[in-house]
Design a protein around this ligand. Structure first.
Ligand SMILES: *Cc1c(COP(=O)(O)O)cnc(C)c1O
Length: 386
């Protein structure tokens, strides 16, 4: 049986809502985008939300809004996608990595504190990633930053809906950036959202998301007419179209039910793999709500005769789609060459990278698909055990 790594959950309601946009004559940013912003900000407990065409755009605008400049640094961790560190380089700023905690693969707050003490460049922001949807230790991170006025911009591409000690991800740091890419927990095809409590940051991101055009200018100067605008900065073109927001509105209403289904799949995997010697299942710390965007197993390589890559090949031969999240960024040619990194510079990220496999986990998975993943993984381990 073939099981894809992901299948988006698109139903009749999504199709009807997009059709409604198409027939309404309003295709780009308009009433549906505004409504999506309102409903999403409510869902994550934030006062302001800016809908954008990707999470990468949200991260870029967030760093612009907090004033990142060349010669400054942003601290993040290497267990992430290219976008997280790439946006820092847009400013000519320095991407500083600190390693992750072994159990969650999230930024290690102790290493963050150490980096903040030792760095010889001014740090503008810390950019933690809620890996797989497991919230970072936000109290420790915000405490470390708050002392020195450093902003916390979160990469929450995996973390909707997630919560830290009862507080939703989206209500924790200075700016939180979500992704609605095709494989994420809520999709608009391509899309993203930046949320914040700070009205000035929200205003700046909104202006910079659309050519640096200030729509408020005509009010200030008393010029009549909605044709008038002022360009206050060389902004970008990052707005979300209503066609995408239409998808988002419907997906948002299904988000809780979709999370529950992923939770049930995770429980089934935990039960099947947790008691074997071959596999370590993902840990969830107390007080955390995990979105269950990714289900990442780790192979106990000393119990197996094959490595992770061969394990993935065997699963592919059985028809099971998998992935690896992530190839640590410090090993990628660009960062390796720019900063002269060695693989072992971030030993937890590099060590865990060699044993991780992301298994299929999506709400539309049928029970027989889950069974197929379970039996394929167990068979592969058993047939190649020491
Ligand atoms: C998907 C992803 C992004 C980028 O999201 P886009 O919406 O595709 O720009 C950023 N960070 C992480 C950790 C991701 O997984």
């Amino acid at each position: 049986m073939r099981v894809p790594f992901h299948r988006p959950e698109i139903g009749r309601e999504e199709i009807d809502e997009v059709t409604d946009s198409l027939l309404s004559g309003w295709l780009t940013t308009g009433p549906k985008t505004k409504l999506f912003e309102e409903e999403f900000s409510r869902a994550v407990g934030a006062s302001h939300a800016v809908a954008l065409n990707s999470c990468t755009a949200a991260l870029h605008l967030a760093l612009e809004a907090v004033g990142l400049k060349e010669g400054e640094a942003v601290i993040t961790s290497p267990m992430t996608f290219a976008a997280t560190a790439g946006v820092v380089r847009y400013f000519g700023a320095r991407t500083v990595f600190v390693d992750v905690e072994r159990d969650t693969l999230n930024m290690d707050p102790a290493l963050l504190e150490k980096a903040l003490k030792e760095l010889d460049v001014p740090v503008r922001a810390v950019l933690p990633i809620h890996y797989a949807g497991h919230p970072c230790e936000m109290d420790a991170i915000t405490d470390a930053c708050g002392k020195s006025g450093i902003k916390v911009v979160e990469d929450a591409a995996h973390a909707f809906p997630s919560a830290y000690k009862g507080r939703p991800v989206g209500s924790l740091g200075d700016i939180t950036c979500f992704s609605f890419y095709a494989t994420k927990t809520l999709t608009t095809g391509e899309g993203g959202m930046a949320v914040t409590e700070d009205e000035a940051l929200a205003d700046r991101m909104r202006v910079m998301s659309l050519h640096g055009i200030s729509k408020d200018a005509w009010k200030r100067y008393g010029i009549e007419g909605d044709w008038y605008y002022e360009v206050v900065a060389p902004g970008f073109k990052y707005n979300m179209p209503d066609i995408a927001a239409a998808l988002g509105l419907v997906q948002l209403r299904k988000a809780e039910a979709m999370q529950r289904r992923r939770e049930a799949i995770a429980a089934r995997y935990d039960e099947a793999f947790g008691k074997t010697d071959w596999i370590e299942v993902p840990a969830v710390r107390k007080g955390m709500r995990h979105s269950r965007h990714l289900y990442v197993i780790r192979l106990n390589l000393d119990t197996l005769t094959i490595d992770r890559n061969a394990f993935i090949d065997r699963l592919r031969e059985k028809g099971i789609g998998t992935s690896v999240h992530f190839i640590p960024l410090h090993t990628q040619p660009y960062y390796r060459d720019l900063y002269g990194f060695a693989e072992e510079d971030f030993p937890v990220s590099f060590g865990e990278y060699r044993r991780i496999i992301s298994l299929p986990i999506f709400p539309g998975m049928e029970d027989k698909e889950i069974d197929a993943v379970v039996s394929s993984v167990l068979e592969t381990a058993e047939n190649n055990s020491r």
